[in-house]
Design a protein around this ligand. Structure first.
Ligand code: C2E
Ligand code: MG
Ligand code: MG
Ligand code: MG
Length: 280
């Protein structure tokens, strides 16, 4: 093979792109079987009331322990799953896992579950899956909150409002996730009634060092007081970040400072030992 031909081919065919395409195709092909084979787990991260340091809820986060490729981040496998029905299967599997695990949590701790915009764009399937669990008496709806991202609100507002109303009638509540990073305008906070709004880590974690970030955070808390939702600051890792957020009047926070996502057993154990500490 001549050097010229090799060079020409390299310019048309980038090896990194080919490798990443191959990996995506493999993960796509392996995911359904991975769910069935028990390679997926749900980890839980505490959401804490800053003032009392009490855990008020936990967020369920999917994990994939691939037998060959190792731990795969949801940042990688969720977008792949979203290109097909796989995201519905995965989302339903997560919900069903949560229903099993929730019995291990104190009754005043609720669970937040991420719902993909793709799931929300097929409301019949989502509603059917949830109704089925409700009818089987497996679904403590009043303890479950669905986290939606802004794109859901932009894509089909009418349908989203209908689906939310339907799910609300079953007892579910809603949080708006990663607020401030998507395309939705602030006006959506008036159109949709969210129980919680989660301020994205990008500016929640910068409130201690940037006046602009702090102002944005303060504005959202101000709207919360007027409109009547609860604010969660995401991604707090350090004490000074927590202090800056607390000073804005925000009640709830989530981040490595309070605890990392972990399997249900470890979380439950942590909850017990912190209860023991606070009584002692
Ligand atoms: P998210 O819903 O915004 O979840 C919060 C993410 O921030 C999680 O990443 C969590 O581990 C991470 N995080 C929490 N505290 C900190 C912190 O203090 N510092 C930093 N650097 N990160 C922190 P994770 O678990 O990798 O999930 C990434 C995203 O994948 C989630 O973002 C969510 O959008 C999506 N995802 C995860 N599980 C599911 C699922 O079951 N269904 C759907 N549809 N999406 C999911
Ligand atoms: Mg979330
Ligand atoms: Mg988030
Ligand atoms: Mg996020």
């Amino acid at each position: 093979e001549s050097k010229i031909a090799g060079k020409g081919r390299a310019s048309l065919f980038c090896p990194e792109m080919a490798a990443s395409f191959r990996r995506r195709t493999e993960l796509d092909g392996e995911m359904r079987e991975g769910i069935a084979a028990g390679q997926f787990e749900v980890h839980y991260q505490p959401i804490v009331e800053i003032k009392s340091q009490k855990v008020v809820s936990v967020e369920a986060l999917a994990r994939w322990k691939h037998p060959v490729k190792g731990q795969i981040s949801p940042a990688e496998f969720i977008p792949i799953a979203e290109r097909s029905d796989l995201i519905c299967e995965l989302g339903e599997w997560v919900l069903s896992r949560v229903c099993d695990d929730i019995a291990q949590l104190p009754e005043d701790v609720s669970v937040s579950v991420n719902v993909s915009p793709v799931q929300f764009s097929k409301p019949e399937r989502l509603l059917a899956a949830i109704r089925k669990m409700v009818e089987a008496n497996r679904f403590p709806a009043e303890r479950i909150e669905l986290e939606l991202t802004e794109s859901v609100l932009v894509d089909d507002p009418e349908q989203t409002l209908r689906t939310m109303a339907e799910l609300r009638s079953l007892g579910l509540r809603f949080a708006l996730d990663d607020f401030g990073t998507g395309y939705a305008s602030i006006g959506y906070l008036a159109t949709y009634s969210f129980d919680k709004v989660k301020i994205d880590r990008s500016f929640a974690s910068a409130a201690h060092k940037s006046d602009a970030s702090r102002s944005v955070v303060e504005l959202i808390q101000h709207l919360a007081d007027r409109i009547g939702f609860i604010v969660v600051a995401e991604g707090l890792e350090e004490e000074r970040q927590v202090e800056a957020i607390a000073a804005t009047g925000i009640a709830l926070a989530q981040g490595y400072y309070f605890g990392r996502p972990q399997p249900i057993a470890g979380l439950v154990q942590g909850l017990r030992s912190s209860a023991v500490r606070s009584v002692a």
